[in-house]
Design a protein around this ligand. Structure first.
Ligand code: SF4
Length: 91
């Protein structure tokens, strides 16, 4: 499935819970904001990526939702791009 992962950099304050839950998809940049990575990818200095569409299986989807749930300020949103449904946060 394809998921859109989005971090709101105005809300993110670098608590890093998302990085702890899913280190292959989130990393803090030099502004102390979580960027969305390709699986195992690296952040690109000076070119922050706060939103990305990634390919995920069910295990990866569950891990990403757990990451989003772990964020104390709900800065992470996740959409299923095939159904258009927002998986987190739920309406
Ligand atoms: S858990 Fe939330 S506040 Fe903390 S780094 Fe991740 S997105 Fe930012």
């Amino acid at each position: 499935m394809k998921l859109k992962i989005s971090v709101d950099p105005d809300l993110c304050f670098g608590a890093a819970s998302c990085v702890t839950v899913s280190p292959s998809h989130f990393r803090l940049n030099d502004k102390n904001k979580a960027e969305v990575l390709e699986e195992g990818g690296d952040i690109m200095p000076g070119n922050p990526i706060y939103e990305r569409i990634i390919e995920a299986d069910e295990a990866k989807r569950d891990e990403l939702i757990l990451s989003a749930q772990s964020c104390p300020v709900s800065a992470i949103s996740i959409w299923d791009m095939e159904t258009g449904e927002r998986l987190y946060p739920k309406d």
